[in-house]
Design a protein around this ligand. Structure first.
Ligand code: HEC
Ligand code: HEC
Ligand code: HEC
Length: 104
């Protein structure tokens, strides 16, 4: 009786964990830069109507820290700059402060 109970409890928690991650609209990712921390909010992008497939995996892999990007790349229209070009979303060039937290 007891081991059976344990298995059922395990199964339930696995199921709950799975359904929780299925509705999670992406993740929060941060980068430390000389200009202060950049925070990418999966939720804010989800709320802005951006789909997982718009970013994964043609622009970003689903793994924190796997992307090596320089600000020049972003300004040139790569990575975040694929959208942050003043057309699909605010331009990277004039809006440093929206992404880079002010230095303390
Ligand atoms: C606007 C672009 C964008 C969208 C839309 C987006 N993501 Fe991401 N996602 C990222 C970036 C950037 C990273 C970090 C990649 C890196 O550090 O190289 C990331 C990382 C991840 C990771 C890995 C997190 C970790 O801890 O390693 C998962 C899982 C993920 N995204 C899932 C999703 C899901 C599910 C959706 C849709 C609900 C989604 N993403 C939508 C940009 C996006
Ligand atoms: C697939 C398109 C796309 C990509 C790629 C993308 N964004 Fe966005 N982002 C948007 C849209 C659309 C909005 C909402 C409209 C706006 O604010 O202009 C937005 C809004 C934001 C905001 C303001 C809302 C908030 O969360 O404070 C920040 C900051 C931001 N993006 C950072 C980033 C960073 C950093 C990256 C790269 C890691 C990135 N974005 C990549 C489309 C994108
Ligand atoms: C759309 C969001 C976004 C905007 C807007 C933005 N940045 Fe960045 N910036 C990033 C991200 C993401 C990184 C990459 C961090 C990493 O990979 O380590 C970065 C990295 C940097 C770095 C360190 C790496 C390098 O290439 O030297 C500097 C400096 C920088 N940004 C300056 C700026 C300045 C100046 C502006 C405004 C003209 C700006 N950024 C606007 C998101 C943004």
């Amino acid at each position: 009786m007891k081991p059976c109970f344990t298995i059922i409890t395990l199964l339930i928690s696995v199921l709950l964990a799975n359904s929780a991650s299925a509705i999670q609209p992406g993740k929060t990712v941060t980068w430390d830069t000389p200009m202060g921390k950049v925070t990418f909010s999966g939720k804010n992008h989800f709320d802005a109507g951006v789909k997982c497939l718009d970013c994964h995996s043609k622009i970003f892999k689903m793994k924190k820290g796997s992307t090596v990007m320089k600000m020049d790349d972003i300004h040139a229209g790569k990575f975040c700059g694929t959208c942050h070009n003043g057309k699909k979303a605010f331009a990277s060039k004039d809006n440093c402060d929206i992404c880079h937290a002010k230095q303390k």
